[in-house]
Design a binder for this molecule. Structure first.
Ligand SMILES: [Zn+2]
Length: 126
């Protein structure tokens, strides 16, 4: 296996959507013109990644390891649980009602979106 330079290793995990931000994993916008490919979606992500790497070095972690506050992990688990329950609810609604009306579909979609909002707006910090 070819070993990529350390600062390019994250690109191996790019998805079919294209390369992702090294910190928040959002898909990066295409950029035309010369210069190095973007690694971050924003300056805050660049800074958070730098801080995380500094802290990882302090406690001798590799680039693939991180330390996370339990409270933040709990918040992620809570938000995932809410989303999971909403998905389950809508799956059940669709199984019980094979021909939902436009209004029922709208209600289901609204419910899923409301429950997805917390996880969609989560931002992690080192
Ligand atoms: Zn980002």
């Amino acid at each position: 296996m070819t070993k990529l330079p350390r600062d390019q290793q994250w690109q191996r995990k790019a998805t079919p959507d294209g390369p992702r931000c090294r910190w928040c994993r959002r898909v990066l916008q295409e950029r035309s013109g010369p210069g190095r490919p973007r690694a971050y979606c924003s300056q805050p992500c660049r800074q958070w990644d730098w801080v995380a790497r500094q802290r990882a070095r302090e406690v001798q972690l590799s680039d693939e390891q991180l330390v996370m506050a339990r409270e933040e992990l709990n918040d992620i688990h809570d938000a995932l649980y809410v989303l999971s329950c909403a998905v389950h609810d809508v799956q059940k609604d669709l199984a019980d009602n094979r021909q939902p009306s436009a209004r029922e579909l709208r209600d289901m979609l609204t419910w899923i979106l409301e429950c997805a909002e917390p996880i969609g707006s989560l931002r992690l910090r080192p």
